[in-house]
Each structure stands twice: as C-alpha cells, then as structure tokens.
Design a protein around this ligand. Structure first.
Ligand code: PLP
Length: 402
C-alpha cells in the first residue's frame, strides 16, 4: 500500500482534505477508497506475526485494533480537525464513553453542562457515579458556574456547543482556561457545529468528539463516532481502552463515512444557507411561532459567543409552536416533506419534538431548567429546495394554530 500524499496534506484546504485526505491505495491503484471488509490479516511467517504483536513491525493484525479502511477515515478526520490523533468508534456514544471512561478513574470528578444529548447525561449522571467518579452538572452558559463547580479532584469538563435541542452555547476558550488552571482536560461534543463550522482544539479543547452518524455520514445510513485528541491522550488512555474493550468502527461503516466526508463541506454549507432563510422566515411570522432559536441570528441570546468561536450557525433551527404539545403534534402530523425523525444532519429535513422523544427521560423540572418547552420542535434542515421546506412548514403551521 502506498500513501497518496502531496507535499503536506495538513496544508490543504478543508475541501481538498475531505476528498483526498488519508487515502491509501492498494497495488491495484483504485480511484475510490478500498473497502477492506476483513476481521483480520494473515502473516507471511510466524516471525512476522510475532513482530507485529510486539509492535516491532508496522502492519495490521485484527480489525478491533486497526483496519486500513478505518485508518483512512481516521486520517481524513485527523487532518480536517488539525489533531495529533484520531480514533474511530462504532457510534457517537461509544466515542463519548470511550474517551471519558478510558481517562477517568474512581475518586475523580467531572463537571458537565446540563444542556446535553440525553445519553451523554446518562454517562455523566448515572454511569460515572457507579464507578466512583463524582459528577456535577452546571448551566454551561455562565463561566462563573464552571468556576464554582471545580474541585481539587476535577479531571474533566465536558459539554456540547451548540447544545441539543436548545442550541445554547458554551464559551470553549473561557471554560478551557478555567479547566486548565486546575489541570482538568476539556472534552467537547462538536456534533451540532460539525468540523466545518467550529474547531474546538483551536479554542483550547483537549478532546473533540463526533457522532459521525449525523453530518459526517449525512445521508442517514450508518452509525459511527470519532475521537480527536493529542498523541499523549491516545497513547496513555484511549488506544489500550479501545483495543481491549472493542467499541471499534466497522470497516464497512468507515467506508460509508469516507464517502460522506467527500461532500461534507458542500452539504453543510447548502443546508446552513437554507437554515438561515428558514430561521428568518419563522421569526418573521406573526402567528404560530412563539420563539426561534438559531445561533446564526443576531437575536440569539449568545450571539457574541457564536461570532467568537463559530464560522456559521449550523443547519438546525429550534422553535416553539404556540399552543404547547397539542399544537406541536398537529404541526408535526401535518408536515408532508419534512419527516418526523430524531436523526439530524441528514440530507432529508427531519423534525423532532424533544419533550416526548430525545428528552423524554428528563423530569419536567429538568426540561424546564433547560428551556425545553412542550411546544418546542427541533428542525434539522436538509438539502431539499428551501422554498419547498418553507411551504411545508407554513402549511403545517396553518393546520396547527387554530
Ligand atoms: C447523536 C448524538 C450523539 C450520539 O451519537 P450516536 O452516533 O447516536 O451514538 C452524541 N452527541 C450528540 C450531540 C448527538 O447529536
């Protein structure tokens, strides 16, 4: 296998990295990345097997530890993010769990923003304490809350920005400064921003996590995840954990993700352009929509933080339907193009009612704290013509608001 390296892929523009980054070619010189759908690898001799297991000779042994198709995906993500190392996982949640649990141990403390994907809250609130890791949840919007929550044994801070579904933001550089002063590492779930719109490592994050299921596949096919971090973090914590516990990405899914990455930039840009138009349209309506949340709008409560760390507001628009759950359900049920589904980042426009789906597990009090109302819906804007999406939303709003 030869690598297809032009002088320095790290200097390429993101669009070029997305198409060519990390490509390895076999002796056949295939154009499209090869799919090495194999569980393991054969050795030329017993000596070679021994040398591979002793790490004295480079090469693959078993796809739980490494696979050429998965390696291409990892290298493409590594280049795009500007990280020292990347490791792929089977799902976004495997990436969250592996990165935190490979690092934290009994007696440690983690501080996390309470506005988080439901399963991330499970890891912090339920799983960590079961292993003697203390956790504190804070309102992540105010740096004073992070400062107050820090303890001598705080080893990690963890947050998502923009957060699901309210699109509230966390000041990455501000939290990193507080965490680093105490020697804690900063873990950022960057799913909503995508690698195109926010680079947490440049703002002080230590570990960046993606659910590749979302925009990286972008076409609703495969589950996957990625962790980006320093060589030190991977060598000291992550590599052994992944190798020994097995949250590894299937080569088939890695191949789908590689194809997804090729179009990531144009998809995110096109879907974001539509999201901007849709957010403005909804905010301009005088009936049916009580509130629009979009980090790219000047009326977002944290517009200054968006401007500081994001190059665009993303493709998710969250809004409140007047009339609570009943009106929200009438609205969802009247949609004809936008489909009811809890995925996001897909080419198809998808909409979800967080109170009864993704955030159903939370008590009403916890949802109220997060600002998740019974009328709130989260729209992931797809690649359809924006005028068709708007017509669909307007038609359904007319049905919902009686
Ligand atoms: C979807 C999602 C996850 C989990 O990813 P899976 O691939 O579904 O396991 C984690 N964080 C955020 C912000 C997500 O949207």
């Amino acid at each position: 296998m030869t690598t297809d390296r032009k002088p320095d892929p790290a200097l390429w523009s993101p669009e070029t990295q997305l198409v060519h980054g990390g490509t390895l070619r076999s002796q056949f010189g295939e154009t499209s990345e090869a799919l090495f759908l194999t569980q393991g690898f054969v050795y030329a001799s017993a000596e070679q097997a021994e040398a591979r297991f002793k790490n004295e000779e480079p090469g693959y042994q078993y796809s739980r530890f490494g696979n050429p198709t998965v390696a291409m995906f990892e290298e493409r993500m590594r280049l795009l993010e500007g990280a020292e190392e990347a490791r792929a996982t089977a799902t976004g949640m495997a990436a969250v769990t592996a990165s935190l649990m490979s690092y934290l141990r009994t007696g440690d403390h983690i501080v996390a923003a309470r506005a988080m994907f439901g399963s991330c809250r499970y890891v912090v609130e339920d799983l960590c304490p079961r292993f003697g890791i203390q956790s504190t949840l804070v309102d992540g919007r105010d740096l004073a809350n992070w400062q107050q929550a820090m303890r001598p044994n705080t080893k990690a801070v963890f947050f998502e920005t923009p957060a699901n579904p309210t699109l509230e933001l966390v000041d990455i550089a501000g939290v990193a400064k507080i965490a680093h002063a105490r020697g804690a590492l900063v873990f950022v779930d960057n799913v909503f921003a995508t690698p195109m719109l926010q680079k947490p490592l440049q703002h002080g994050a230590d570990v960046v996590i993606y659910s590749a299921t979302k925009h990286i596949d972008g076409q609703g096919r495969c589950l996957g995840g990625v962790i980006l971090a320093s060589k030190k973090f991977v060598d000291e914590h992550l590599q052994t954990f992944i190798r020994q516990t097995g949250p590894s990405l299937s080569p088939f899914n890695a191949w789908v993700m590689l194809k997804g990455l090729e179009t990531l930039s144009i998809r995110v840009r096109a879907q974001m352009q539509s999201a901007i138009v849709i957010a403005d349209h909804l905010a301009g309506r005088n009936k049916g929509v009580a509130r629009v949340l979009y980090p790219g709008r000047a009326d977002h409560p944290q517009a200054a933080i968006a401007a500081k760390q994001m190059t665009g507001g993303g493709q998710v628009v969250t809004f409140d339907i007047e009339g609570g759950k009943a009106a929200a359900f009438r609205f969802l049920n009247a949609l004809r193009i936008v489909r009811i589904s809890n995925n996001l980042g897909d080419t198809k426009s998808l909409i979800t009612h967080p109170t009864t789906t993704t955030h159903q597990r939370l008590k009403p009090q916890a949802r109220a704290e997060l600002g998740i109302s019974d009328g709130m819906v989260r729209l992931s804007v797809g690649l359809e013509a924006v005028e068709d999406i708007i017509a669909d939303l307007d038609h359904a709003l007319a049905q919902a608001v009686m």
